[in-house]
Design a protein around this ligand. Sequence first.
Ligand code: GLY
Length: 377
Amino acid sequence: MGEADAMTDVERVRVALGARSYDVLVGEGLLRRAGQAIAPLLSRPRVAVLTEERVAALHLESLRAGLAGEGITMSALALPPGEATKGWAGLERAVEWLISERVERGDMVLALGGGVIGDLAGFAAAVLRRGVRFVQVPTSLLAQVDSSVGGKTGINSPQGKNLIGAFHQPSLVLADIGLLDSLPARDFLAGYGEVVKYGLLGDAGFFTWLEANGPALAAGDRGLRAQAVRHSVAMKAAIVARDETEAGERALLNLGHTFGHALEAATGYSDRLLHGEAVGLGCVLAFQLSARLGLCPQEAPGRVAAHLAALGLPYRLGQVPGGLPGAEALIGLMAQDKKVVAGRMRFVLAKDIGQAFLSEDVPGDVLRAVREEALEG
Ligand code: GLY
């Protein structure tokens, strides 16, 4: 076996889910070694790849070559980029294409792309012939640290994001760190919002590490990027293994998301505010809310905001271009979030950095005050 073939330089994180367990491989050059990683999972040497046009232009031929090296052929469908693809029409196109490609029950679908493609392809695989297996090949930081791991798949409804979907675990995740080099800086940073979330929700030491290493990591240091992705994935894998279907602890991964989803809805899911940026802002708001309720130290929100600011991420609402609706409208948008249980909004609050917990007990007037404070920032 040649040096390029050995996977010794690759980190392997296990998602322990009994018969549905799988590995997340984190390292460089995984696209070119995709055939080697995937071949043991195949019942015949062919795969169907769902991707999007921008990603296809950058990476599809490398994937094709990586698979061909092990004698695996592939066909591919490249969908338009953007959140709009993740709807009924995109799903229909994907599933009908897979059927036309004669993908059988024992075959493998590959999702090559960011969160939109991973969620859509995973859901297409979940419903095709009552479920075929799939491999996630995430190309964005956000997808590598969050959406490709844990089996949440689905599409958006006109009535809200991610309202239609299924838990369908992948058979393998290939997180190729080298692919992050081709991301626009803003997309990389938006994904970093989700990385910060892991430190904030459950690992103060990791947050301190990010404060020290975040700027070099964002500037392109691949070793630091691999460490951050591996650590984030390991944290997520542990949580998913304990609570696959979000009966409890997994909801901590939604730190910053109740505020974040409302901000995304208020900005029309446009590039005024990317998902990871909204999550970062949502984390600041969650810590401000926790501090105002006397649950966490008063200096914690400032530390969260300072780290986002140091990376060039938005950290106060006034930075969102085009302005935001008032407190009542934002609270109304939060109430539509799918995390609402029995009509009560659930918040992920924090006792301190690295110590998040779930709460349903947040008075409306405190929410309003936090929103006003965050606007002034
Ligand atoms: N992105 C949150 C989760 O996978 O649970």
